[in-house]
Design a protein around this ligand. Structure first.
Ligand code: ZN
Ligand code: ZN
Length: 396
């Protein structure tokens, strides 16, 4: 079996007189893996390109991030447990407070999950001009929306302006009747949702009512070749965040439900370790995702990221019995930049068939001297197969 661990946004750069969080964290288990393996640097999409978490994960899992990327919406919708059909157009959605067409709060006063769930019930299924519009709430202000019907298009704008201000109307991005129709349906739906939500008892009591749903990241769902068919391995995913579960579901992996896996800083890492341990008994390939490293970096929190890496090291322990363990990130998120960057990410391979190098620590700078050298995201699955002894001769 193989285990692929993705520490989201783990890659970093030295800044403000400090080493990187990976350099400064005490992580005896990860460093031990390096002693029994080899390290290198990976550019997930290509040298200097800055990946999003969605394209980054697809590339590492062996999918073409250009032709097989469905957009963020379908991945989020799958991740919150919605079933999609070919031709569906899906979005990320969030509850917001809108007063006189002005967005006053993009998160509806950070509405709590329980309250949002109750409000969500009233707008779960609406039909407009023959198009079915489904909404599924996930956590706090978040959710996903799916448009199902004939002749739709994902070439339309967001209604979420991504900042406080005027609520945007949905506009077609191309001159087709499909894009025009879809934009019209979205606008009618947005209006109808606002009418229904404004009347809700809970909203009448809220200072910042959750009286609108903003949409972004439209994408059209299309089935892709399954992971098992492509790589000859049955795969499972252990993740908390909706996007990562969505990516796994999109490529046909089983998504394991892990209680306490929140997809953020407060996640139950012990529970995730246990889930991985039992998954390795049933699956050929297990993908473990941990989000917190990226979140601390977005906040510019060096100590938080370093401490979280230490927590991961002691909770996950990385002592699983597998043919190969890979640990890497989907992109760099330097804490000093508070955002993703195009810097390569350290990657480590540990296993019987891996040619060991002399590196003893897992970080960006030691990885420059490692035996793996410089690889791309799309190399990972081939390398895993090779280290599992599942290599196939190309040609004859
Ligand atoms: Zn990411
Ligand atoms: Zn990020």
């Amino acid at each position: 079996m193989a285990l692929l661990v993705i520490l989201d946004g783990v890659g970093d750069i030295r800044a403000k007189g400090k080493g990187t969080p990976l350099e400064e964290a005490k992580k005896p288990n990860l460093d031990g893996l390096v002693e029994r393996g080899a390290v290198g640097l990976m550019s997930t999409l290509g040298m200097g390109l800055t990946p999003g978490s969605d394209t980054g994960h697809l590339a590492i899992l062996g999918y073409d991030w250009k032709s097989e990327y469905p957009g963020r919406g379908p991945l989020e919708a799958l991740g919150v447990g919605m079933e999609l059909k070919e031709g569906d157009v899906a979005f990320r959605a969030n509850f917001a407070t809108v007063i006189k067409n002005q967005i006053v709060d993009r998160r509806a006063g950070r509405i709590e999950t329980d309250e949002a769930k109750k409000i969500a019930k009233t707008v779960e299924k609406i039909k407009i001009d023959g198009v079915e519009i489904l909404f599924r709430h996930s956590t706090e202000h978040r959710g996903a929306v799916v448009l199902r019907g004939k002749g739709l298009s994902a070439k339309i704008t967001d209604t979420d302006p991504h900042k406080i201000g005027e609520l945007h109307a949905c506009e077609p991005l191309e001159k087709t009747k499909e894009a025009k129709k879809t934009a019209e349906v979205v606008n009618k739906w947005t209006k109808k949702v606002m009418e229904i939500l404004s009347r809700h008892e809970i909203n009448k009591k809220r200072k910042l009512p959750a009286n609108a749903l903003l949409l972004r990241g439209a994408g059209m769902y299309k089935k892709v070749e399954g992971f098992e068919k492509r790589f000859g391995m049955k795969g499972a995913c252990v993740a908390g965040g909706a996007l990562y579960k969505g990516v796994a579901k999109y490529i046909g992996m089983d998504v394991l439900e892990v209680k306490g896996a929140s997809g953020d800083r407060n996640t139950d890492l012990e529970a995730k370790r246990k889930a991985v341990e039992s998954a390795l008994k049933k699956y050929d390939f297990v993908f473990l995702h941990i989000k917190g490293t990226d979140s601390f970096s977005h906040d510019g929190d060096f100590e938080g990221k370093k401490g979280f890496i230490e927590k991961i090291d002691s909770a996950i322990r990385f002592d699983f019995e597998t043919d190969v363990i890979v640990v890497t990130g989907d992109h760099s998120t330097p804490w000093s930049l508070k955002g993703h960057s195009g810097h390569e990410v350290p990657v480590l391979f540990s296993g019987e068939l891996v040619r060991k190098d002399d590196v003893k620590s897992f970080n960006e700078y030691s990885a420059m001297k490692g035996g793996i050298g410089h690889i791309k995201g799309k190399d990972i699955m081939n390398m895993i197969k090779n280290y599992m002894g599942k290599n196939e001769v190309v040609g004859s």
